[in-house]
Design a protein around this ligand. Structure first.
Ligand code: UN1
Length: 514
């Protein structure tokens, strides 16, 4: 880490002016420019972001449509090569991108490495998958005198709407998936992390992506997001973020008139649980719970929210957990000794503190990490906290931060526990800790979720290894970083050719069959 830290120093105080990166030139507009501050120190600015106006967004859609026919027929090898060059450029620029993730998104340095690594993996993985699925048309068997070929191509114009919690990995993963599948892309980054997104798109253009094929539209949901989702020329939306927002997007797309039936690829919230039975190893459980619930300050949709502890083992696990939570260090994410950085902004902190205060008032607090004022006074920090609740049904919404809820259960109540978790209709990640293998396998089968983890933490899905994404209220699938992801961005065309018509022996039988 130390050489990386030295390389990062050059970018620690740099001020970044970010603006829309569109197919056409964008005039400076001071009235529409917003200052960006660091979540760990709101007195420090990272730079400024000029938001996209409604008019610019509409013109960007025009440009994307005009670029589509040319991009659609660009050989897949050429499209994939751009992704591979972007991967190389992100690796070369890792110190700068990590610094921005930290300054703008409040991410720990270790999280920053994972983040950039994941973005690089997405580029290389999707480049490989695109070449496998979008290369030569597949010849299908058919009657004599006729050829049948199945080919894949892009659908049109995609809007990519991404969250602040993975401002490089998820942002970049969406954009490159849509583009390599043959679509033109309008990328709307989260308002909180537009500067690092701007840097990634600069690198993408440097890698050879035409400026009208991928455009960057910084701004907020009501201005930029709603222009995109109500435009009848948008063929599809790829979205990661809250379930509520996905529903708003879904309704906006469906309400359009004279628009193609839309594709919505959504990866949304979770109410992720872990079941620990009496055979589990308490020390290992605690290591995995700490990572799952508090890494990235709990701001992952994969994070653990509800820990179910079987009665016989609950006291022991809680005792070790308390000790471990006491040791966590909250503070500046750029400090290598920090375990838990800030949450993204004041709104996020307020919402989490409201939930924490309510549970404290009910005397449910089990453990809380001490927070030193000197490291945290200027930022939006929330101390990791654990509470005992009666069941997952006590939670009204996903709490996107470092808050763990614990439920004690008796062995005889296991079926109810499973029903309660499945009954919430979220279905993203799930964990089980048990040394009884058939118990773990049986539970894994019963849970209606996208990713099950046995005897380990439940975050950090690796591209190509653990394809990531859920079901129900957690998303539409297909799984990001999985072999089928690109297929949802594409349309299939069958070309049937009566080859016999041009001088061959026409098969009367085949004609008759028609
Ligand atoms: C998210 O938080 O939106 O498994 C997704 C993980 C990450 C994905 C998290 N690869 O934790």
């Amino acid at each position: 880490f130390y050489p990386l830290k030295d390389a990062m120093a050059a970018f620690m105080d740099k001020q970044y002016p970010a603006k829309p990166l569109l197919a056409f030139n964008v005039e400076d507009d001071a009235a529409n420019t917003h200052q960006v501050t660091s979540p760990y120190d709101r007195r420090k600015t990272v730079g400024s972001v000029q938001w996209t106006s409604k008019d610019q967004a509409a013109k960007a859609v025009d440009a994307a449509w005009q670029a589509f026919p040319r991009w659609e027929v660009t050989p897949v090898a050429e499209r994939a090569a751009i992704l591979r060059r972007l991967a190389d450029l992100m690796e070369t620029n890792m110190p700068e991108l990590m610094t921005l993730c930290s300054r703008e998104g409040g991410k720990l340095l270790t999280d920053g490495v994972d983040e950039i690594r994941e973005a690089v993996d997405f580029c290389r993985y999707y480049a490989m998958r695109a070449e496998a699925s979008f290369g030569e048309p597949v010849e299908l068997p058919g009657p004599t005198g006729e050829s049948n070929r199945l080919m894949m191509s892009g659908k049109g114009v995609f809007a990519a709407i991404s969250p602040w919690n993975f401002p490089v990995a998820i942002f970049c993963g969406q954009v490159v998936a849509a583009a390599v599948a043959g679509n033109t892309v309008l990328a709307k980054p989260a308002e909180q992390t537009s500067i690092v997104a701007h840097r990634v798109i600069e690198l993408l253009h440097e890698a050879g992506m035409p400026r009208d094929v991928v455009q960057l539209l910084p701004g907020d949901g009501p201005t930029v997001g709603s222009v995109l989702t109500s435009d009848p020329r948008i063929t599809g939306v790829v979205f990661t973020g809250g379930t509520d927002t996905a529903q708003i997007i879904n309704r906006a797309l469906a309400a359009r008139e004279n628009a193609p039936l839309p594709t919505l690829i959504a990866e949304t919230g979770g109410m992720n649980a872990m079941i620990v039975d009496s055979t589990a190893l308490p020390e290992q459980v605690v290591v995995d719970v700490i990572q799952s619930a508090f890494q990235s300050a709990g701001q992952r949709c994969s994070a653990l929210r509800v820990l179910y502890l079987q009665d016989d083992v609950a006291d022991r696990v809680i005792e070790i957990l308390k000790g471990a939570m006491d040791e966590l260090r909250i503070g500046d994410p750029r400090d290598l000794g920090t375990d838990v950085g800030p949450v993204i902004d004041e709104d996020a902190r307020k919402g989490l503190l409201e939930h924490i205060d309510k549970l404290k008032a009910e005397n449910r607090l089990v453990a809380e990490t001490p927070m030193a004022a000197e490291h945290t006074q200027d930022g939006t920090f929330v101390a990791p906290a654990a509470f005992v609740i009666d069941s997952i049904d006590a939670l009204t919404r996903e709490q996107f931060g470092p808050i763990l809820h614990i439920v004690r259960y008796k062995a005889s109540e296991l079926d109810k526990v499973i029903n309660d978790i499945n009954g919430r209709n979220y279905g993203l990640t799930f964990g089980v800790h048990s040394r009884n293998e058939s118990f773990a396998t049986e539970i894994a089968q019963k849970m209606r979720v996208g990713n099950v983890y046995i005897n380990r933490n439940i975050i950090g899905a690796v591209v190509g290894v653990q394809p990531f994404g859920g079901q129900g209220l957690s998303g539409t699938g297909p799984k990001a970083g999985g072999p089928n992801y690109l297929l949802r961005f594409a349309t299939e065309k069958t070309i049937t050719n009566n080859t016999a018509a041009l001088g061959g022996n026409a098969s009367l039988l085949a004609l008759g069959d028609e």
